[in-house]
Design a protein around this ligand. Structure first.
Ligand SMILES: Cc1cc2nc3c(=O)[nH]c(=O)nc-3n(C[C@H](O)[C@H](O)[C@H](O)COP(=O)(O)OP(=O)(O)OC[C@H]3O[C@@H](n4cnc5c(N)ncnc54)[C@H](O)[C@@H]3O)c2cc1C
Length: 464
């Protein structure tokens, strides 16, 4: 890469998809990644690997009728119309081609998840890999990147700034290069025509979380430790506009003691959540993200997910759930009384909730919290796991256009600067409630994919 690569990708999470796409389109690419442990430490590697894809061939084969319109409508409904409509439309449109590209070009063994549906998706739309875990996604993409002759991977190397101005590979003023720092403290400017910020959000920066997301600041942070707001700082320094900084993905089902993800499939298959008083406190099927702050506000900031042996079996496709079971934090009991004893929950309250939720699930009377999605009533023998709320990642960041180009406050692209994933503002509106499952990986992979296409078009035009 004499003279520098066409594109520097900062961050080897969803950024890897951008690198592969750009190389496929003939660009030379350098990926700089700050953490040696990114394959187990970044958010993509921790994820449940659910990729929404509207209109995919797997949906068609399964007879699922879906379209970008329908997906965009689901996003609008989940966010109460408060998502960035332009970006939501762009990502809904790219979601189907993206999952097919991830399978066909990047070689990810994706298939449609049809055994349950996440809250807010009106049809089966999420695609995942065997084991449903992001570690295998990252392992696979990192291997592809290392093997690709058009991509160099520099680890550990931290992007500390983006140099702009005329004189670089780009003819017009704009990105001139990436300023990278190595562990020994030395820095260098690597000339490049474009930089993709794929460094995730600011979940690991306590002060930023306290400022923008006070409702979840006291909860466990369960995301990548390198999500330190670097894109906000670097992009901000270049005049980028920011938005939706109060948006985040929370989760209400991290196993206390084990730190593993219990997962919301437990709820969708019929489980309930109670607080330490043994009482339910809402319609659990609204979504796991909003349940984080709701659980955080309960006494002791903790609760229990109550499930049964059928649900335990139904959740086994999830590696995270299997890890939870194997860690020994699941308690089991033959009846409600035994469950109260095993969990320490008040027996009367717990028995009443089991009776009332059973009646609602059987359609005998309306649920007092308005829950209408009941796969089946819980049945003895029961199981339960104590859960704590967590912040998984932030959804606000740099504003981007339909090419993933970072824009300024006048909505004008900053030439050569792109952002994807947690570095960019997402499509979840404000707060936690707008987060639709997949709203993490879709902007991470979708915007990286779109940025690669746009940079390839720009580079070709410049060279001709
Ligand atoms: C348990 C869990 C389950 C989840 N499940 C899902 C799911 O099923 N579906 C979904 O859509 N979302 C899910 N999410 C959210 C999803 O993981 C994230 O939204 C997504 O992975 C973000 O991707 P990213 O590329 O922006 O960040 P990351 O994957 O975190 O990658 C960013 C990379 O940038 C590196 N980096 C940071 N700063 C610098 C710098 N200055 N220079 C160089 N490198 C830097 C980091 O080390 C990191 O490797 C889940 C999250 C968690 C925690």
């Amino acid at each position: 890469m004499t003279g520098g690569p066409d594109l520097v990708v900062a961050g080897a999470g969803g950024g890897l998809a951008g690198a592969l796409r750009a190389a496929e389109l003939g660009l030379s690419v350098l990926v700089v990644e700050a953490s040696e442990h990114f394959r187990r430490g970044n958010n993509t590697s921790m994820s449940t690997a659910m990729f929404p894809g509207a209109g995919s061939r797997w949906q068609k084969a399964a007879g699922v009728e879906d379209s970008p319109d329908r997906f965009a409508a689901d996003i609008a409904a989940k966010t109460g119309g408060r998502a960035d409509a332009r970006l939501a439309r762009t990502l809904a449109e790219v979601s189907g081609p993206l999952v097919e590209w991830l399978a066909d070009s990047a070689g990810l063994p994706l298939s449609l998840v049809t055994d349950f549906n996440y809250p807010g998706h009106s049809v089966h739309r999420c695609h995942s890999v065997p084991g449903r875990h992001g570690s295998s996604v990252i392992d696979h993409l990192a291997r592809r990147v290392r093997e690709h002759p058009g991509i160099d991977l520099l680890v550990p190397a931290e992007l500390v700034d983006v140099a702009t101005g005329p004189g670089g590979p780009g003819a017009a003023a704009g990105v001139r290069g990436a300023v990278v720092r190595y562990p020994d403290g030395t820095q260098e400017e690597i000339p490049a025509g474009a930089v993709l910020l794929a460094t995730n959000g600011f979940g690991a920066d306590r002060a930023l979380v306290e400022r923008h997301l006070p409702e979840i600041a006291g909860a466990l942070y369960q995301g990548g430790e390198r999500s330190r707001g670097d894109a906000l700082r670097i992009g901000g320094g270049l005049g980028a506009a920011t938005g939706y900084l109060d948006a985040y993905q929370g989760h209400g089902a991290v196993a206390a003691g084990a730190g593993t993800l219990v997962g919301w499939a437990t709820i969708i298959h019929g489980g309930i959540m109670v607080d330490l008083g043994g009482r339910r406190f809402g319609d659990e099927t609204r979504g796991y993200s909003e349940y984080a702050a709701e659980l955080a506000a309960r006494p002791g900031s903790t609760g229990w997910i109550v499930l049964d042996e059928t649900i335990v079996e139904q959740c086994r496709p999830f590696q995270d759930f299997r890890d939870t079971v194997e860690s020994g934090v699941l308690v089991r009991a033959d009846d409600a009384e035994g469950l109260a004893e095993a969990t320490g929950l008040p027996a009367g309250a717990l028995a009443r909730e089991l009776e009332a939720s059973g009646a609602a699930a059987r359609g005998e009377r309306p649920d007092e919290h308005g829950r209408t999605h009941w796969e089946r009533p819980l049945a003895a023998p029961y199981a339960a796991v104590r859960v704590v709320p967590a912040l998984f990642h932030t959804q606000g960041g740099l504003l981007v256009d339909g090419d993933a180009a970072v824009v300024d406050s006048g909505d004008r692209p900053i030439p050569g600067l792109y952002a994807a994933g947690g570095a960019a503002a997402g499509i979840s509106g404000h707060g936690a409630g707008g987060y639709l499952p997949g709203n993490g990986l879709l902007p991470a992979f979708g915007l990286a994919y779109l940025a690669a296409g746009a940079i390839a078009r720009r580079t070709t035009t410049r060279e001709n």
